[in-house]
Structures are given as C-alpha cells and as structure tokens.
Design a binder for this molecule. Structure first.
Ligand code: NDP
Length: 278
C-alpha cells in the first residue's frame, strides 16, 4: 500500500509562496507520494503549530520569514551549515523521533550561480548587501568557494560588522555600511536585503561593478526587481533574480527528505515561462 507523507511550508505571509507548486512538481517528476501545503504561521503560533504538525505524523517542514531562527531553536539536532548560519529553513523528522534542522538557502544559491549560470566565485571579489537571515544562510557556502574577498554591507553597519566577525575563521570577510563602499569594485554583488520587496534599492555608488561583473537579487517577482534593473543600468554582464535559488534550495530540501534529487532545470523554466506570461 502506498502512503502519502506530509510536508509543509510555514511562514507569514505565505499566501504567494511558490514552494507547494515546486515540491508537487518535484514529487510528480520523481514519482514520490507526498503532500505539501503552505500554512500561515506567525512567530507566536510557531512552537505549538510545529509541535502539532510532527505529532500528527508530518515528516518535514520548510520554514520561511519570520520563522528561520525559531526553527533553529526548535530543532533538536542541527547540521553544520545550520549551526554556522544559526537559521533553519528545513526540518526533518528522524526515525528516532528527533528533529533535524538544516539550512539549504546557501547551497541553493551557490548551485544556481555555479551550475545554472556558469558563474565562478573562486578568486573573485564578492559583495553581499544586507545582514539579515538570508545573508547568514549564504555566507558560509560562498566562503566555501574561496572568493578573494567577501564584503557584507548593511544599512545598520554594526550588524554587518558583527556578522562578518562570526565567519572570519573560514575566510576573508569584512563588514561595513553602504557609505563605506566608496571606491571598491566587485565581480559579483548579491542583494540579500529586503529592499526589493518594497521596490526600493540600497544606496549604492555608481562605479561598484568591476568589468564583466554580475548582479544577483535573492528576491524575485514577475517583473525584474529594482536591483536587477540597477545591475543592467550599471553595465552588469548578468543581472539575475532569486527564482533559481528558490528552486535549488527546495530541491536540496526534497533530497534531504526523500533521498531523491529532482531535476531543477525544467521546474525553473516552467516557473520562469509562467511569470513572463503573467
Ligand atoms: P531579514 O528581514 O532577515 O533582513 C533584511 C535585511 O534587509 C536587513 O539587512 C535590513 O537592514 C535590510 N533592509 C531592509 N529594507 C531595506 C532598505 N529599504 N534598504 C536597505 N536595506 C534594507 O530578511 P531575509 O534576510 O530573510 O531576506 C532578505 C531577502 O532575501 C528577501 O528579499 C527575501 O525574499 C530573499 N530571500 C530569497 C530566497 C530565495 O530562495 N530566493 C531565500 C531567502 C531569502 P537592517 O539590518 O538595517 O534592518
């Protein structure tokens, strides 16, 4: 008899989440019997709701804004990359009843950059804008690619400085405010601020991009984000948004849960095609 295992994404707001669609496409593609729903869960409701989900037989969860730090605290065991980022986007019920917390965001981003867009981080100067939860998740995997230098710039300077401090044992990383970017130039700029969500842009100097540089906004939408447009306007070779990262981080979670790696390219192409028609 085939049983259907239950998965879900918790977050707030969650109505427009593409995760249920992505995981159902992965399940169809790989012949896995599972259900995956999106559930509106606030930070206040999280501890009771997540406990109830697993007690009722749920097998795994994704957690998004504003729950990743709470999910980190909820997990009884954590992977190394989750420990490093202090944020969890994937929870997995273990056979002994323990809950393992992982963070697939950074791995999803790096896979999208390297495999889908053929970019290289090794030996490059990389800038991350923002020092929130998403930055925490991506710094470790980016440093793992041995860039020459990684700078984290944030509106609240102290947060960038403290975040860089946490990771300095694994690579050349520093933190600063936007105004300190001055005359620096970068081969890749990653926008991990929430500014795009309200159509805004961090204050960036005009000559921030080195020759042949690329821009990548972790945010995504049906239209190019303000940062993607900024990249094109300032001569970026590529200026991309985070749809590929979204699908790749989901594929990594799916692999952790099911032991099967789905093909991401057809899913990215499908979702990209749909938004172009929207
Ligand atoms: P957080 O709320 O944890 O952090 C937000 C960050 O954005 C902070 O550094 C904040 O600065 C900065 N910020 C907010 N508004 C502005 C502004 N107007 N100008 C400049 N800086 C601003 O959010 P997350 O880190 O969780 O998410 C960041 C982005 O990454 C979101 O767009 C999210 O959708 C995207 N994301 C995409 C994923 C994907 O799979 N594609 C996965 C995860 C995240 P300060 O510290 O000064 O407040």
């Amino acid at each position: 008899m085939t049983t259907t295992d239950r998965y879900a994404v918790f977050g707030s707001p969650i109505k427009h989440s593409k995760s249920p669609r992505i995981h159902r496409l992965f399940a169809e593609q790989t012949g896995q019997a599972l259900s995956y729903e999106a559930q509106e869960v606030t930070a206040e409701a999280f501890p009771a709701t997540v406990k109830g989900f697993f007690e009722a037989g749920g097998k795994g969860l994704n957690c998004t804004v504003p729950l990743k730090e709470l999910a980190y605290r909820f997990a009884t065991h954590k992977t190394e990359r989750a420990q490093r980022s202090k944020a969890v986007n994937t929870l997995v019920l273990q056979t002994d009843g323990a809950i393992l917390g992982d963070n697939t965001d950074g791995c999803g981003l790096v896979t999208d950059l390297l495999h889908n867009h053929r970019l290289t981080l090794t030996g490059k100067n990389v800038l991350i804008l923002g020092a929130g939860g998403a930055s925490r998740g991506i710094i470790g995997p980016i440093l793992g690619q041995s860039p020459t230098r990684l700078v984290v710039a944030n509106r609240t300077t102290d947060k960038a400085v403290l975040l860089a401090e946490e990771f300095k044992s694994i690579g050349d990383i520093s933190g600063c405010g936007f105004e300190e970017l001055g005359r620096l130039q970068f081969d890749l700029i990653l926008n991990a601020t929430a500014a795009s969500l309200s159509g805004q842009l961090p204050p960036l100097p005009d000559r921030l991009l080195a020759s042949q540089a690329s821009c990548y906004d972790l945010a995504y939408g049906n239209e190019p984000t303000a940062f993607v447009r900024w990249g094109f306007a300032h001569g970026a070779r590529l200026s991309l948004d985070g749809l590929g990262m979204l699908v790749e981080q989901a594929a990594e979670a799916f692999f952790i849960w099911r032991g099967v790696r789905p093909q991401t390219r057809p899913v990215i192409e499908l979702l990209d095609g749909e938004r172009k028609k929207a």
